[in-house]
Design a binder for this molecule. Structure first.
Ligand SMILES: [Zn+2]
Length: 213
């Protein structure tokens, strides 16, 4: 007997914002789709007329973040967030675009900071980084995972070097998260996953509520 599972379709609807150009959106969706494809998830841009009625639909918006001074100035962790209410993730991802750009532009590619590369290449890399950020937030949503995992896509703090790297191997789901996804997908819920009771490891001291990661 052969079991076939149809892919879970996740559609992304991007907020209209000049910073999220079509080129960046396309590169981001391609990257997020490549990360999730091995796990039976088909990440797409939303169709104009809502053609994928069976899909899980997530919105993507840019949110400005106050940059904290002090020891966290070199903070490289959270470029995206998704809101949890009573343990349930909302289908709305935010990207801290300006903070992301600021750090990504300093990333060295062949010893040259990204900001010094031709604009087309820089845009492509920014799309890749956003795609990896989106893939992580999609993971919070699909896995119903409020905390973070020790490794893989759902680790808390990938470095900028990892986010720009041509190799996306560091953004695969860990074995534990693959098992969790299988349970959630099969309808068993995530409650048996050990990580469900993990404390949230988000380092951000604010805002007090609601919780995000
Ligand atoms: Zn996270």
């Amino acid at each position: 007997m052969m079991l076939t599972l149809s892919a879970v379709v996740v559609t992304l609807t991007f907020q209209s914002d000049p910073r999220l150009s079509q080129v960046i959106q396309t590169a981001a969706v391609v990257e997020a789709a490549a990360i999730w494809a091995p796990y039976g998830v088909d990440v797409r841009s939303a169709a104009p007329c809502g053609l994928f009625d069976d899909s899980t639909s997530l919105t993507v918006a840019i949110e400005d973040e106050v940059v904290r001074p002090g020891p966290d100035a070199r903070y490289t962790g959270t470029f995206g967030a998704i809101r949890f209410t009573n343990g349930v993730p909302a289908p709305a991802i935010v990207v801290f675009y300006d903070a992301m750009i600021r750090l990504t532009d300093t990333a060295l590619l062949r010893d040259t900071p990204l900001i010094a590369w031709p604009n087309a290449f820089r845009t492509f890399i920014l799309g890749r980084v956003i795609g990896r950020v989106l893939a992580h937030e999609i993971g919070h949503f699909l896995l119903q995972l409020h905390g973070h995992s020790a490794g893989g896509l759902m680790r808390a703090q990938p470095s900028v070097a990892e986010l720009v790297d041509a190799n996306r191997g560091r953004f695969a789901l860990s074995a534990a998260d693959q098992a969790r996804w299988a349970r959630v997908r099969d309808g068993g819920g995530a409650s048996t996953a050990a990580s469900a009771t993990r404390a949230d490891t988000v380092r951000r001291p604010e805002p007090p509520a609601p919780r995000r990661d």
